[in-house]
Every structure is written in C-alpha cells, then in structure tokens.
Design a protein around this ligand. Sequence first.
Ligand code: NOJ
Length: 914
Amino acid sequence: RLLKRSVFFSVQDEAVDKSNFKNCNHIAFYRRQKLLHPGKSLYQALLDSVTLCNDSVKLQIINEKNKVPLLVEIYAIEGNIFRLKINEVSPLKSRYEVPDVLIKEPTTQRLSIAQKEAGILVLTCASEDRKLHITANPFQIELESKGETVLSVNTNGLLYFEHLQPPPQNRLANNEEGRSLDQSNLDHLENQEDLGLWQEEFGSFLDIKANGPSSIGLDFSLHGCEHVYGIPEHAETLLLKNTSDDDAYRLFNLDVYGHKIHDKMGIYGSVPFLLAHKPNRTSGIFWLNSSETLVEINTKAHVPSRSPPDITKQRVVPQTDVRWMSESGIIDVFLLMGPNPFDIFKQYAQLTGTQALPPLFSLGYHQCRWNYEDEQDVKTVDAGFDEHDIPYDVIWLDIEHTEGKRYFTWDKKKFQHPKRMQELLTRKKRKLVVIIDPHIKVDPMYTLYSQAKKKGYFVKNRTGQDFEGICWPGSSSYLDFTNPDVREWYADQFAFKSYKGSTDILFVWNDMNEPSVFKAAELTMQRDAVHHGNWEHREVHNLYGFYQQMATAEGLIKRSGGQKRPFVLTRSFFAGSQKYGAVWTGDNVAEWSYLKISIPMLLTISIAGISFCGADVGGFIGDPEPELLVRWYQAGAYQPFFRGHANIESKRREPWLFGDENTRIIREAIRERYTLLPYLYSLFYRAHTTAEPVMRPLWVEFPKEQETFGVEDEYMLGNALLVHPVIEQEATTVNVLLPGSDEVWYDFRRFRRLDYPGTLKIPVTLESIPVFQRGGGVVPLKTTVGRSTEWMTDISYELRVALDSKDFAVGELYLDDGHSFQYLHKKQFLHRKFTFHKNVFSSSCADEIGQYHTKCVVERVLILGVQKQPTSVTVSLHDGKDKEVVFTYDAKSSMLTLEKLLLNVGADWEIHIK
Ligand code: NOJ
C-alpha cells in the first residue's frame, strides 16, 4: 500500500524534496501495466476484418482474454511517415484524442495490400520503397524501408489497452459479458494490491476517476540502434539511458523547484518524441498523447530472427526497445522513417509545425530577476548597461510588478507610470517583458476574475464548481485554455485598451503553467478537475501550458492588428510549442553541475522541435560565484535564448557587480553574442522554414561518426560553428572533439587552423569561449555592436569564410525588418548566398521571391585557410565594373583580410583572388 503521508511543500527549499513527487511505483497505471510482462502478445489481428480505404488500412485486433476488439488504423503519410492509431471499436464513450497539436490533417498516401494469407498481411506504399509486415498471431507490425527492417511494433507483446467500463456499482445493470471479464480479474487483483482503478491516493490526496482505468501502452523495437535521444524535459544526459524497473522517463509537466539533476522525473515540459540513430539511419517515434506518459528504454544485443540458421554466422546487432505507457487517451503514434537526421526534423515539423520566427530583439540579451523593484530600479538597471557599455535588449518584470499578483495590472506604488517607463525604454530602443501566469486570484473586485467567472471560463472540479487552488495570489482559479472561447477572450486581454499601461514594446512571459498549484498533489492540478468538453484534467495535463502560450501569442499578434511577431516565453510546453515562442528550463541552481546539464537539456529540447530555448544564466536559485557567472554568460551567449535571471532571495547580479575584470569578460561575451546575431537570425530562419534545429548535437552534423553520438559537452550552432563552453571550475584546458576525418577546423576567435581533427587539448583562460569554425562555411557577423539590436540595423557586416580541404565554402544570410510579418505577407526579406569556389567569392540571391531594400553593406571579408599570398584582389559588381580591393595576408594563420569593401548586402558581386 502507499504510504499515507502528508505532502509538505515549501517554495524556498534549496533543493527539490522528491517526496513531493511520485516515483513510478506511486503511479497506478504503471503498476497495472507492469503486470503485463514481455512475451507473446495477447492481441491477434483479425485478417478478415481488413479494409482498404482511400487514406488508410483498417483492421480489428482482439485481446484473447477479454475478447474486446480494438480498431487499428494504419496510414502512410507523405514524406516517409507512418501513423498507427488504436482505439476501441465501440468505446463506452469517446476517448480523448489530442487536438490542436498537428498543424493539419496529414496528407496520406495510398497503401496497397501486397499479401494477405497465412496469417500475414503485407502493405506497400507505392511512392516510396516502404512496406509493412503485419503478423496476425501475435499481432505485430514490422516497418521496412528499402529492404531494411527499421522498426517493429509490439514485438515484446506489450500492447496494453484498458477499455472503458461502467463503474462497479453500475455493472450489474450492464450485462455485457465480455466487458466485465477482465474488469473482474483486475477487481480481484485490486483486493490484493492497490491498482488505482477508480481512485488513487498519493499522500493525503485522492484522485477520483470518473472513467475508471483507461491506460494504454505499446512497445517498439528499433533495429540496429543503441543511441536514442529526445523525450524532453528531463535534467538528464543527451543520450537516453536504459531504464531500470521503477525508473522510467516520466513525461508529466510539473513545477519542480531546484529539480535534481540526472533524474528521469517529469519537470516543466513534455515532448513525447524520441529519436533513434545509427550511422546509416535516423528514425523517430512521436507518441501523440497529452496524459501522463512513461517511457522505458532497453538497449540490448540482439540476434535478428531472419539470420541464417547456422549459429556461427549469426550476427549480433544492437537493438533498443522502447515501451510507452500513458494514463489515458488512445494510441496515436507517428513513426518517422528518416533516413537522415534532417529528414526526421522535417517530418516532425510537417506534423507539429516549425519554430516561429522570433523578433530580432528577442535574440539579444535579456535581463531578468525576481524582481526589479520599481520604475526607478528599472531605470537604473537600464542605465547601468549603457554606463558599462554592455548591449541588452529586454528588461523583465516578475510577479511583484502586479497589484497583488493580479496579472494584467500594475502595483500602484512601485509601478505608478508604466507607460512612462516603457516610453523611456522605447527611446532606448529596448523592450519590456512582464510575467502573466495562468492562475487568477479569486477576487470578485478583480475584473479578469469576475468576467471569467461569469463566463464560466475556469477549470471546474469534479462537482462542477470552479476549481480553486493556491498559487502566488493565494486562492486562485485557473483559466481553461483548452476552450477556444477562453483562448479568444484571453487573447483580447492583451489589446492595448484592455491591458492598461501596456504599450507595443511589452511582451510576455507565461510561468507556473504546468499548471502549478501549491499544496496539491505533486504541486499541480488534480487530475479529476474538469475541462471544456467534459474532459478530465488527466487527459489534457501536458497540454495546459501549450494552450496558454498559444493564446498569449495570439493576443500579441491581435493587438498589433496582425502586423507584429509576438514574443512569449513559456515554462511548460508540449509538442508543437515551437509555433508560439520560446521555452526555458525553469528553476535551476547556481552550481557548476547545472551549467553542465543545461547543454544536454537544451540539445534535447532543440531536437524535439523547440529551437528557441535557454537556461537561466547564472542559475536561478542561490548565488553564483563570479567565475561560474562568467562561464554561464559565455555559454549563454552561444545558446538560442539568452537571459540572466535570479531568484528573489538571490543577491543582485547585474553583469557589472563583480569587479572590473569580470565585468569586462561578461561584456565581451555579450558583445560577441551581438556580433553573431546575423548568423543566429539566419539560423532561426532556417529553423522556421526547414525545421533545422539552431543548436544541435554533434551527431546530427556527423551522423556517421560514432564518437560524436554521446557528446554533450559541446554542440553545433548551425552547421558552421562548434561550441565547447567551459563548464569546469578553474579550467585551464578543455578537451575538444573536432569531428570528421576530412574536416578542417579553425579557431573562431584567433583564426588559426587546427590541423588535426580529433580530440584536442585546448588551453583556456577565464576569457576563452572555445568556438571553432568548420571549414566549408561562411558565418555572417556584424562588424561592431550597438546598445541593442535596434541600434544595429545599419551596422555593416563581416563575412567569415573558412575554407575546407577543397578550398570551398558556402553560407547564407537572412534578413528582414526584424519585427513584422511582412517577410511572410509582402515577401519583404533578403536571403543571400555566399560561395567561395575556385578563388572567387561571390554573393548571390538564395531566394528570388524576397524583396527587401537595405543600405547595409558588407565591409569586411575574412578568408581563413588561404594557402598563399594573392597578387591581386578585385571585386566585380553586376554593372560590370571591376575595382581593386585592399587586402592583407597573414601567412602564419593563412588568413586573407579584405577591408573597406562597402558592397551592398543585397547586391550580387564577385571577388576574384589571384
Ligand atoms: C517560477 C519561475 O520558474 C521563476 O523563473 C520565477 O522567477 C518565479 N516563478 C516567480 O515568478
């Protein structure tokens, strides 16, 4: 039996008290599913039931014990994806199917039946060389691509489906024989063990299940794979670990203050998307379910069943088995067949959407703390950046800026003149972000509350009253963002006339949206709370934050008349959150280990589709020693979302508070970030258009190089830069892996060519940020920085060209106005391509559709890896005129520098090097 224990909670505890949270054994559906052991599946396919439809193949399977039939639907989806849906043939009531996450109904391709005999069904997909082998008894599916078995389903027989049943007291009235059969089995077990069928306890908390048990599960085998990634969010390694009993990866959005690292417990966000990789193929499993989900992983050596019978010739290959278990809903899973990592990213984005293109300012540096006290504090901190010559774009206000934690209001004493404060920031070409949480203070005098109450917009408890829980403002109700009417109404709250004191430089931070509910089971909403459409909270739990961010982003777009890109940071997220903005990794700690774990955490979030992610620079909880703070700034400068943040109890830590030397080094790191913005913005454009993660694990760029598969202390930013932040205290060297035997690498700051790829011991000082440019790429930079991104529009460009072993390089630059949707609606953008080939460096148009005029010029070109001193360098413009170019050549570093070029960044030109 579970221990009856009152769950104690304190927000200011330094580290997480894990006893506030469940481990696997506390989870009833997990205990129930674990009664099913690997072996022959209880399910058989009824091949007579196979029907070939235009968009799918449907068939029934039946559980040999309880005889309940399930409907299996198989879809081939354009772009090398299969979808498998399993639901009850005739459920007692509808089961939850996740809406709003897929960007559209996927385009299907016709399947044909190639064979249907002797207990085997073979389906083929015409356009690509793909096949599905379905065996009837036991029910199993094998997915084949170009003759290779990539993945198989239910090979361990772990298909599990609890069909809906009438509650025990109604059962006599219901004389459906088959239905009550396995229920009585479970009831029998329930007497011996706590299976939590109709209710479940955790400590003093009770969850009453209106629909009884409704859990689902399935296993997948990934052939030839021993490296699997994804399923954020966990404070864990990049490579997923084998799970042992009772230690599955948990996907359940929770507010875990100071979460433990190297732990598989669920924290703020969930993306049920797993990637598997081997040198010749990447594949993916996207488990579309928003209820609590557990994932077990087991990598083993496997003897393929189709090996020749002669034992001595049997090959042993690795195989990873993945078992997914969810509390409720249906089985709806997408199997992504790759074959390469970038195909997987595209396939996943085809389903859930790409990263929203961020407004340029949001790629600058953000200064946050809980809290900037008042308007004077904001003014002083803002001025501090100018005094210390440190660029920054956004200052943030945490919950204390409101009137008693009533969001959309201002504390009348501390923020008397919010507009005046924003006007000051506007003059400085900077922005403001304010926090807006999903809980609403129960206060009839608070208009937001009374309106929402009247309209019935709050989540209800099981007895039909507005759910009330405790959060920052005390007793609070929670907006039901799953309701489209609530989202629309909420979006309207951002209109300038509704949100008093807001201006168009105000953007939004959604926090506590797991949702966080103090003094509740696991600090979140009870699962028996009721949402729009009468769905229990358990069904939609992992979607709650996704919907809040969606509504907030919509509100910001609406208030601008559809003109401007929103910026919304969210703590809780789900698959598809990338469409609405940025995420951060929540309440980390000012310790070296948290700086270290931020890299695999961000990489995992990035490959799960959410490119715009970051961790609190400095560590939220506690006080970083100056060295740690400096190192964190250096790491953050080369990560997608770059924000310094600190807890209310932490000492002030604006970048200039740690002595001149540390201020100088932090300034350098932030300035480096600002010079890098053209490259970063171009990467975000690629994430937006072609779903390439901005920050990516090494293996994504070097999919055949085994030694990269587990690397998590360095990463690629785009395809041209390798970053190895210093994450060890008092480091004097770092070991950097420069992968690829044919690759050429250059030190990004000192331009020197690093001759031998492999692991290099690189000496570092406190100033070093080990960044390396890959030969073959061109990185666009700004030649200097301004006080914020908006001050930098006209600053000229430098192009950093790094030649590969064939003296070739290619790269690109994307630019637009940085804030509107005109790039989309009016084609107001420039997309340029830079190529170095046969001693000619040229600028050409990468996308003829784009029309954007800028006076901005390329001023400097640095070419790394030029073997000998040129005799002349000339530039020819498209008007046919040639001009001599001033150049210097440094033989020691093989670097050619071309200066004072003044070539319009939007024009075609060629530079000839002789
Ligand atoms: C929790 C968030 O994770 C943190 O960043 C924020 O400062 C506090 N809530 C207060 O709003």
